[in-house]
Design a protein around this ligand. Structure first.
Ligand code: 8YV
Length: 311
């Protein structure tokens, strides 16, 4: 039997995915640079996660790298300029996680608006049984939803929000003329109009800290912020200040700066709903993402066109 192609694995994949991958590749989970040096010249392929990416020193240590298969759609942790310069192909799991990520945005939004955390606490602390009732929550019906970033995920959020009879407008680098929804080219204006601002922008130098103190102040005391994109799009110090000082009503966050060791100041807040980057973390979606990685890698090594190249 021919020897299997080695594959450098930077972020864990689901067990069933690894089993199939293992039929075609010898999987080398990354441990440290010393161990990597030993196998470096043999490595032509990497599998990694969207939030993990590829460290520049790892990429530089692999002279024969040909392909990076990303288990996700975010490319912010990969130096694409360097990849292009070295003629390294990059693939993403285009559109596979769209609906799950949009569901997470709605989950965070509903949890926040309907007081899910405090209501459950009220119940489990036995307050309901004493005949008390929790404070009333807030309706989504007729409220204004601003979506920052109107790609596939933003549009999937819009569909869900419309099903809840919300009014929707969006900010994007360019209008999506195929959508009948209102385009707002000014993020500050969108924030002051909106009751809820959902962030579905890619993390790029242009979007770094785009959600700053001005945007949060514009969103206002009754406003809620939802982020299922990347932590870097929000100025977290400004957000923590806005949450502590009730400049906004609350936030639903699946992503943070410095994951997984996020700023512990978030833990003390009551007006937040927090998730450890779980928006695409369902069995169905993660197995489909895993299959996409397998299919792209096999296509590459059999000289076929990549299924979902990043660019
Ligand atoms: C995951 C993601 O975090 O799609 C993305 O960009 O953030 C994710 O799906 C993850 O990296 C999966 O390993």
């Amino acid at each position: 039997t021919p020897t299997k192609q080695p594959l450098l694995l930077l972020e864990p994949l689901p067990e069933p995915t690894l089993e199939i991958l293992g039929q075609y590749f010898t999987i080398h989970p990354f441990s440290d640079m010393e161990a990597l040096k030993v196998i470096a010249p043999s490595i032509r392929a990497i599998a990694t996660g969207g939030s993990y990416g590829v460290r520049p020193d790892v990429m530089a240590a692999l002279p024969n790298l040909e392909i990076i298969a990303v288990n996700g759609v975010g490319l912010d942790k990969i130096d694409l300029t360097e990849a292009k310069r070295r003629n390294i192909r990059v693939t993403v799991t285009t559109d596979i996680s769209t609906n799950d990520v949009a569901d997470m945005a709605m989950l965070l939004l509903l949890a926040l608006k309907r007081n899910l955390r405090s209501n459950e606490q009220f119940l489990t602390e036995g307050q309901w049984a004493t005949g008390k009732l929790p404070p009333l929550a807030h309706s989504l019906n007729g409220r204004k939803l601003g979506i920052a970033g109107f790609g596939r995920i933003g549009q999937a959020v819009a569909r869900r929000a419309q099903a809840s009879d919300m009014e929707v407008a969006y900010f994007n680098p360019r209008p999506r003329t195929e959508s009948p929804l209102r385009f707002e080219p000014d993020l500050l204006k969108l924030a002051s109009w909106a009751d809820v601002l959902v962030i579905t922008l890619p993390a790029t130098p242009a979007t770094k800290h785009i959600i700053n103190n001005d945007v949060l102040t514009a969103l206002g005391k009754e406003g809620a912020l939802i982020n299922t994109a990347r932590g870097s799009v929000i100025d977290e110090d400004a957000l923590l200040d806005a949450l502590k000082n009730k400049k906004i009503a609350g936030a639903g966050l699946d992503v943070f700066q410095n994951e997984p060791t996020i700023n512990p100041a978030f833990f003390a807040l009551e007006n937040v709903v927090l998730q450890p980057h779980q928006a695409s973390a369902t069995v169905e979606t993660r197995l489909a993402m895993g299959q996409n990685i397998i299919d792209n890698l096999l296509a590459h090594f059999s000289g076929k066109p990549l299924l979902t190249p990043a660019c």
